[in-house]
Ligand binder design. Structure first.
Ligand SMILES: Nc1ncnc2c1ncn2[C@@H]1O[C@H](COP(=O)(O)OP(=O)(O)OP(=O)(O)O)[C@@H](O)[C@H]1O
Length: 266
């Protein structure tokens, strides 16, 4: 018997008030998408295509107007939203850290809300710092403004993992970082995903990042899911927009092959 999906969207729709008499904005339009246990799915699409809305529907930061969403087999509407969010890690675009809390305070906040004893929280913070490769003696007591963007994202990942979730949702987590840091953090996260047996849904604007990190890629445009699949499956999609998104990484790969000698400094 096939394993049931860990997250399933079935014909999900969500619209918002456009404001000042404008038409309603159809942010997510009849989306059906399944994420298997242990899978790493990237959601790619332009600005305003509905990616963040889709993610926020999964952990009930907002509720769907139409369709059904299940997480671990349960309809999310039947689950207490706060309890649901504690089971699902969420990594925000720019870390989303609480500025008045130290690194340890940020990472430990969910275990604290769950009522874990202080000594256990402290040990977990240290474990998580090690997991995201931040030296605890240097970073534990720093505040977010004392960290680089990459370090803030590492703390954001540690915080998302603090309640030991099976599912992690990431909203453009590495977008604002320089290319080297972005690459390193992406690879590090992928290793964590595999090691901890996580199920990850990551939003990105960048098809190259999606192809390099994820098992499958879902492409959204104007609220609709245009295509989903492995990079090979996507490349067989007849959709013109999907083809356009794939052209850039393909062209870059071909040009780099020609321009960058293999026997250089690196
Ligand atoms: N709370 C809201 N109220 C009104 N409109 C909203 C709200 N949230 C999202 N929208 C609208 O829904 C559409 C989809 O937004 P969403 O944030 O999901 O897109 P996105 O693909 O994540 O964009 P970006 O890549 O720029 O973050 C947009 O037109 C946006 O303006």
């Amino acid at each position: 018997m096939p394993t049931p999906p860990l997250i399933a969207f079935a014909h999900v729709g969500k619209s918002f008030d456009g404001g000042r008499g404008a038409e309603r904005v159809l942010a997510v339009d009849d989306v059906s998408l399944e994420v298997a246990a242990g899978e790493f799915l990237a959601v790619v699409g332009g600005s305003g295509s509905g990616k963040t809305t889709l993610l926020r529907l999964a952990n009930r930061l907002i509720d769907a107007d139409l369709g059904h969403i299940t997480v671990e087999g349960c309809d999310v509407r039947a689950v207490d939203p706060v309890a649901l969010r504690r089971r699902i890690g969420y990594v925000f675009q720019s870390g989303g850290l609480f500025p008045h809390l130290s690194v340890a305070g940020n990472i430990g906040i969910t275990p604290k809300l769950l009522g874990l004893p202080a000594a256990e929280i402290s040990a977990r913070v240290d474990d998580l710092l090690e997991l995201v490769r931040l030296d605890r003696t240097l970073y534990r007591d720093r505040f977010p403004h004392e960290l680089s963007g990459g370090q803030r994202q590492r703390v954001g990942v540690a915080r998302a993992l603090a309640a030991k979730p099976k599912i992690v949702l990431m909203d453009e987590p590495f977008g604002a970082l320089d290319p080297l840091t972005r690459d390193a953090l992406g690879d590090d996260y992928r290793r964590l995903h595999d090691r901890l047996g996580l199920t990850t849904v990551m939003i990105t604007h960048d098809m190259t990042e999606a192809i390099l990190l994820a098992d499958r890629v879902a492409v959204m445009r104007a609220g609709r899911l245009l295509a989903q699949g492995t990079p090979t499956e996507l490349s067989r999609s007849g959709d013109a927009y999907v083809g356009e998104l794939l052209r850039t990484p393909r062209r870059q790969a071909e040009r780099l092959q020609v321009l960058l000698p293999r026997d250089g400094a690196a």
